[in-house]
Ligand binder design. Structure first.
Ligand code: FEO
Ligand code: CA
Ligand code: CA
Length: 675
């Protein structure tokens, strides 16, 4: 019991970082998982010949052997309806603007600072207060979901995550912020930062070819890091969730680092709390660390505190020296009812606590709801939740409790092409008091430690994990992991120093997403296919513009085709390409072929692709334009700041810094995208 906690100082030399996002992205991934797999390099060579991969035959073979041919016929029939996306591929490259395929328009729909309510002044970032920011579109837009209103395809509620902030790009006069230097960040700055996080709900309407926000809508809402929320599930009310402000352990203020998310069949929005550890602060010096007591092991496994932001200087709840349990109240999936702006968001503890990238779900064939979620850090895991109860059509109150009780499992990717889902259940296997687990609350709060004990497979940073609801296959974006060593390779993470990432495809038997065992296959190994040492695997029809690195978010269009957006961070010089959105074939002769549809401006990652149900509009979130890798971009050659940015996208107004923005992309003259 007990233990002395030091700050995570392994990456405290920030001198190599030129932006907040870059520093955060790198620190995000310090491996703290002690169990990083076994050496089986030879197995990979046996399993994956290039020919097998390109034909897509491996998955069929492995799945057929496991489940029988009949079980796969339904899925194949569904998949055969998929055809290649039709558009003229754009050229890769990097400049200060965005580029979209010929014949399409990309309009700014919501930009950081845009008003969400009537009678608000136009945005002036030099006069931004916390009160103002809490009523305006937040910073660093990530996941996007669209909930239609009516059947005309011209109105709906758009929900958008605001993952984090880049103070240098947001505030005038700030030169340098790092985890060791917050000297320029005042309490007023912190208040704005806190209000710029969270979620936006905005009604939008299409007039002709252009979408616009409806400021008069009663649905418009900002949720921030201060909005009251409740807990449900096994950890709700547990002693480890109790704080001085909330002795019940049932109520919490706000949500943090909302990266990707999900949308439910009953019309609610799920937002994923990713790098929550970065917000927790200690004043304790390295040689006299805070006593974390019984939380010491949990803090260490979750990299708490990390001092990425200075909120804990002004708000005791983010200071672990003062409020030991507050970190246990973040790292969850939050369900929000966008149709009721007075509703209280719920953190569903049954879904586990880790750096959730996203949370996409479907209704299984037996009526239960199955949700997938990746833990985005190097050597972390892929999770699945199966609800105890079944979905009831039209019973929203019942359906909004489906994430309250069920079975959380973690994935083990076997070298024979199967995936075992290992249930994280208190009292089963090693999840017992001898190993520090005294209830299911402990299991979900320390899902990572529980998964270590179950020998789950440490992955190359699992970002989006999303089922294709048409084919029943599940796609796992593994963005990269340059710290995997040669003796840590395994079949599902087949490359050491994986700079470029890969995509895994999982097939449930007979389309049963609650099954204990799936088949898996490698869809792609990313990187330049012309450089042999990279070990990339693409369909040979993929062009020099079409291959990419660092898959992050994904979506399926109205026809069920896979689209992937990328986040290379400051590593973009390794490809020479800005981050973009790619359309990928998953079936037939073109399986594994990728084509570039859109690319963003210098320094931006591309997030949140989502299509309207009619397939005619694509919403895309362009995050942190101008910041990542600005110094490496020769025409600029220095770090980006508010006063001196590498681009002023999307306004190109000399008085406006770059602004994270959600775009609405449409085909000129209308029609389905890429058909
Ligand atoms: Fe926030 Fe894993 O990207
Ligand atoms: Ca992401
Ligand atoms: Ca990312």
């Amino acid at each position: 019991m007990g233990g002395l906690m030091a700050r995570d100082d392994t990456m405290h030399d920030d001198s190599q970082y030129e932006s907040k996002s870059q520093a955060c992205e790198a620190a995000d991934d310090i491996p703290k998982n002690p169990d990083t797999g076994h050496s089986i390099g030879a197995v990979i060579a046996r399993r994956y010949s290039r020919r097998d991969m390109l034909k897509g035959s491996l998955g069929v073979t492995a799945a057929t052997a496991l489940f029988g041919a009949d079980a796969l016929i339904a899925g194949r029939a569904r998949a055969e309806a998929l055809t290649s996306a039709a558009f003229k591929e754009i050229a890769g490259g990097v400049d200060e603007r965005h580029h979209v395929a010929e014949g399409y328009t990309a309009d700014a729909l919501l930009r950081w600072g845009d008003p969400l309510f009537p009678d608000m002044a136009p945005f002036d970032p030099r006069k931004l207060t916390a009160e103002e920011q809490a009523r305006r579109f937040g910073y660093n837009n990530d996941y996007v979901a669209f909930f239609p209103i009516g059947n005309a395809g011209d109105r709906g509620l758009l929900c958008v995550n605001h993952e984090y902030v880049d103070p240098e790009a947001m505030f005038p006069g700030i030169k340098r912020v790092s985890r060791t230097n917050f000297s320029e960040i005042t309490e007023a700055h912190v208040a704005v930062e806190m209000a710029a996080h969270g979620v936006t709900v905005a009604e939008i309407v299409r007039e002709g070819e252009r979408w616009r926000p409806v400021l008069e809508s009663k649905s418009n809402r900002r949720i921030t890091s201060s909005t009251p929320m409740t807990f449900d599930g096994p950890a709700a009310g547990h002693a480890r969730l109790k704080t001085s402000a909330d002795p019940s352990g049932l109520r919490v203020l706000g949500t943090l680092n909302n990266c990707a998310g999900g949308h439910t069949p009953w019309g609610t929005y799920l937002t994923a709390e990713e790098n929550f550890h970065g917000y927790f602060w200690t004043d304790a010096p390295k040689d006299k660390p805070t006593d974390a007591g019984s939380e010491a092991k949990s803090y260490a496994r979750n990299r708490i505190p990390s001092n990425w932001y200075s909120w804990g200087r002004y708000n005791p709840r983010f200071n672990i020296d003062k409020e030991q349990n507050e970190p246990n109240r973040f790292g969850w999936i939050v369900e929000i009812d966008p149709s009721d702006p007075t509703s209280t968001p719920v953190k569903h503890t049954a879904l586990g606590r880790f750096s959730h990238e996203g949370a996409e779900c479907l209704i299984n064939k037996d009526g239960r709801v199955v949700l997938y979620s990746g833990d985005d850090a190097r050597f972390e895991y892929v999770y699945r939740f199966v609800s105890r109860d079944r979905y009831r059509e039209g019973d929203r109150a019942h359906n909004m409790r489906l994430f309250s009780e069920g079975t959380l499992s973690v994935a083990r990717y076997n070298d024979d092409g199967t995936t075992d889902w290992l249930p994280l259940v208190f009292g089963e296997g090693p999840l017992t008091p001898e190993n520090g687990f005294h209830s299911q609350a402990d299991v979900v709060i320390d899902a990572r430690i529980a998964s270590d004990l179950l020998k789950a497979t440490p992955m190359d940073r699992p970002e989006d994990v999303e089922p294709n609801r048409r084919t029943g296959k599940v796609y796992v974006m593994l963005t990269n992991n340059d710290r995997r060593k040669a003796d840590q390779k395994n079949a599902a993470n087949p490359r050491a120093e994986n700079d470029f990432g890969h995509i895994i495809e999982m097939t449930p038997p007979d389309n049963d997403h609650a099954a204990a065992r799936f088949a898996w296959d490698l869809l792609l190994a990313c990187g330049d296919p012309t450089v042999a040492e990279v070990g990339a695997r693409w369909n040979p029809a993929t062009t020099a513009d079409g291959w990419f690195s660092s898959p992050d978010n994904c979506a399926f269009d109205a026809d069920g085709r896979l689209w992937v957006s990328t986040d290379q961070g400051s590593s973009w010089p390794k490809t020479g390409k800005a981050d973009g959105l790619y359309a990928i074939d998953t079936e037939g002769a073109e399986r594994g072929r990728s084509r570039l549809f859109f690319r963003g401006p210098i320094g931006a990652e591309i997030c949140g692709p989502t299509f309207t149900p009619d397939g005619e509009t694509l919403f895309l979130a362009v995050q942190h334009p101008g910041t990542d890798g600005a110094r490496a971009w020769k025409p600029f050659g220095r770090p980006s700041t508010f006063d001196d940015p590498s681009t002023r996208w999307p306004d190109f107004d000399p008085n406006m810094p770059p602004r994270p923005t959600v775009l609405a992309i449409r085909r000129k003259g209308g029609g389905r995208i890429a058909s």
